[in-house]
Write a protein that binds this ligand. Structure first.
Ligand code: HEM
Length: 478
């Protein structure tokens, strides 16, 4: 393969001059000093949806002194994520801020470092390895089910979103480090909450936020990061000590990452790399999956006839209280429901990249340095690719309908909850298994009823959460 420096020198300026003659993408009208920044802060989903509805698939928006571009066409997503990926870096403001917390883990690193870490981590996520996590996932779901049954017997209300966050945090702790961090869960959960909240605040602030300022909020964030660092560093130190004593390695993700060696160099990860990867997986793995579960439960609670059919499917095909892995493939309706839920409410509702050189997307000039945003929320509701896109219709993901869409030429990137290309989510199979096991364990146990007069609206932060939680009434299933 030619290296970048091997490109003939004359070719670059010619190509750049040609691109600069292209038109800029249509812009959403913006007035005042801040441009669309307030709308971006108050209702980003509304803004991105309106931008694409009114101005097409490639749209520019001014936020204060910065022009960003947003794209909603699956072919353009493929351009950025696959065919021209070398030209688009993860150097957005959001990812730069995430680095404060995640260091150089898989989500935030790039280039040779990322490639090496991904190569080392990949085997830890193969099907055989993640199948060993089914028992933890099942046991944690069963405990949540018992709690729900007690609440149902008393006809109580619960915040289902908070419950899903607890469930996935417990699963993350057990599968990552074989520890029930329930003991530390209050501390870990609270610290994660502070960091996530701070992250939301600094990425939506009108001007870059200096994290070094000794404000109360910054001190709180730094304290929370220190708490999480201590938990993770202690766990790594204990594991190193156990290894030194010759005690058997644990069959968890940390064990797999510690045992992994770079195929080319034979090197293992050092403590800093392990810390960054473990922190990354703790964050990337639990909040996303919790939101996928919460949105699915919300949609099923508002579509009782579909919920009934899913429960019937589970009861007909799952013998015990918790499904065996071999039984999951007998639950196609549940699988369709999960896909349709991630279509309507993608937990990672937007991703971003920075153009590292001039480029063309859809006939428009994308100038070097432009932030290019890809809102999955809008992609997944694009009327060219989805009939009645706002409707919850799990049968869109039946084998026949998927084949039909393919025949009609709908691009495979029209549905992309885990992203695509080489930076695709490493935990997609893990998350799919976890959500299926949890739902198949929880759903037959209780009836979930939404609270009358309390609309559920998305809160697009780092992930897409239900605003203010998801309170529901629990009752025994009749
Ligand atoms: C429903 C649950 C999940 C969703 C919707 C989701 C979604 C995503 C998306 C969209 C990306 C790409 C971000 C980008 O390119 O900018 C990503 C990356 C990533 N996810 Fe997930 N994720 C989920 C669960 C998990 C789990 C369970 C883990 C780990 C246990 C995980 C670990 C990661 C990592 C490490 C990356 C970075 C991969 C790389 O760049 O090499 N995710 N995820």
């Amino acid at each position: 393969m030619l290296s970048a420096t091997a490109v003939p020198q004359a070719a670059v300026p010619t190509q750049r001059r040609d691109l600069r003659t292209l038109p800029n993408p249509p812009a959403v009208p913006a007035s005042g000093l801040l441009g669309l920044l307030s709308e971006m802060r108050d209702d980003p989903i509304g803004l991105f949806s309106r931008a694409h509805r009114e101005h097409g698939d490639v749209v520019s928006m001014r936020m204060f002194n910065q022009h960003i571009v947003t794209i909603a066409n699956p072919e353009h997503w493929q351009h950025v994520l696959v065919s021209h990926r070398e030209q688009y870096a993860k150097r957005t403001r959001g990812y730069e801020k995430l680095k404060l917390f995640l260091g150089d883990g898989l989500v935030t690193s790039e280039g040779a470092h990322w490639r090496r870490q991904r190569r080392i981590a990949q085997p830890a996520f193969n099907r055989k390895r993640i199948a060993t996590f089914a028992a933890s996932m099942g046991a944690a779901s069963l405990d949540m089910r018992a709690i729900w049954q007690q609440s149902a017997a008393r006809g109580e209300e619960r915040d289902i979103a908070a419950d899903m966050m607890k469930l996935t945090l417990r699963i993350a702790g057990e599968t990552l480090f074989s520890l029930n961090i329930s003991d530390e869960a209050a501390e870990v959960g609270a610290a994660l909450g502070v960091v996530l909240h701070a992250f939301d605040r600094i990425t939506t602030a009108p001007v870059p936020f200096p994290e070094r300022w000794p404000t109360a909020a910054n001190r709180k964030m730094r304290k929370a990061i220190a708490t999480l660092n201590k938990v993770v560093e202690d766990i790594i130190a204990q594991r190193r000590a156990a290894d030194a004593r010759g005690e058997a390695s644990q069959e968890d993700l940390l064990g797999a990452l510690m045992a992994a060696r770079d195929e080319d160099t034979g090197e293992a990860m050092d403590d800093k790399q392990l810390r960054d990867e473990v922190m990354t997986m703790l964050l990337a793995g639990h909040e996303t999956t919790a939101n996928a579960l919460a949105w699915t439960l919300h949609l099923l609670s508002t579509h009782p006839e579909i919920a009934q059919a899913v429960v019937a499917e589970i009861e007909a095909n799952v013998a015990g209280e918790v499904p065996q892995l071999s039984e999951l493939c007998k639950l196609p309706l549940l699988d369709q429901v999960m896909n349709e839920s991630m279509r309507l409410f993608p937990p990672v509702w937007i991703i971003g990249r920075r153009a590292e050189q001039d480029d063309e997307i859809g006939g428009f000039l994308i100038k070097k340095g432009t932030y290019v945003y890809m809102p999955a929320y809008v992609l997944h509701r694009h009327p060219d690719n989805w009939r009645e896109p706002e409707r919850f219709d799990p049968s869109r993901f039946s084998a026949e309908r998927v084949a039909e869409r393919k025949e009609q030429g709908v691009h495979r990137f029209a549905f992309l909850p885990f992203s695509g290309g080489q930076r695709k989510c490493i935990g997609d199979q893990f998350a799919r298994m976890e959500t299926a096991l949890a739902l198949a364990t929880l759903l037959p146990a209780v009836q979930l009823t939404p609270l009358a007069g309390r609309p559920v609206v998305p809160d697009p932060q780092l992930t897409l959460r239900p605003l203010g939680g998801l309170p529901m009434r629990l009752s025994e299933r009749t």
